[in-house]
Design a binder for this molecule. Sequence first.
Ligand code: KG4
Ligand code: ZN
Length: 341
Amino acid sequence: MVRPEPVGTRILGIETSCDETAAAIVEDGRRVHSSVVSSQVDLHARFGGVVPELASRAHVELITAVIAEALIEAGVLDVGELDAVAACHGPGLAGALLVGVSAAKALALATGLPYVQVNHLEAHLYAAWLEEPDLEPPLAVLVVSGGHTMLVIMEGHGRYRVLGQTVDDAAGEAFDKVARFLGLGYPGGPAIDQLAVAADPDAVAFPRAMLDGGYDFSFSGLKTAVVNHVRRNPAVAVADIAASFQEAVVDVLVTKLTAAADEAGASTLVLGGGVAANSRLRTRLLDAAETTGRRVLLPPLALCTDNGAMIAATAWWRLRADGPTPLDAGADPGLRLPSVA
Ligand code: KG4
Ligand code: ZN
């Protein structure tokens, strides 16, 4: 008789904090059995950014089908076969978060499974552990997306030292705003990335804000510098502007991440968030790591951008550390990453 493989702890993770409706089944915080992401980019593109009310409504319409697909892909016939249900409860858009939290709590209530609430920022850090379950902390992690720019030293599970964050625009937000100004569409990051490949990154020496000033970031001055430069020089090649802007952002990100790793004695650098897809950032980080003998973890894009697998993986660690979350817990749009210092 062939015995079925023993299964570990399988968790359903739900993510609805912004404009992706996502669900995944992950075993023991590392084996991804399924991961379904339904992006709303097309819905928001004509507005040039995410419209919160539209996002909430789209989550309501999509959530049941996305969860069903995640279960089917993982070969799970009934949610009750799983071991826990998790959802991202913040930070994010209030109405959007509530859709995922309510869905997870309803499933937990109906099945008697434990519910686990997950911090979205912590989940971005755990995306790297999904790829490499045997990472050795401390890790120097840079989370760069449309909503966050954060430099974190992960000293161990649940132990984070937040060294710096953006004081104004997030890195992805700067890419999107500059792309919109240059007429390149939304989301702007990929458009700038592509256009910059064959252009001159030294064409314009845009400012590198706060380069030597600690670990915080500021990108709104750079955006204004691009606008002013184009207004003064209307004939300038758009591709050269895109490449020079991108180089200024990447310079700051790589310099601060490696300086943070130096200070923390971290031998591994980790990138997360949508901007981690940027080809120039990836290349420059690999070069910087090679010259200093460090390891770099560049998770695949599907794990960098918002997804349910990172929620399910984090929930596995949180369930072991804190136990289940009471069902009267709600969403927390302004949630921060707990910092040890
Ligand atoms: O993590 P993400 O999917 O969602 C948020 O939590 O915001 O990140 C989206 C951001 C957008 O601002 C987008 O322009 C940026 O990631 N992005 C990029 C690239 N691909 C996506 N930025 C620069 N270069 C790229 N290749
Ligand atoms: Zn995110």
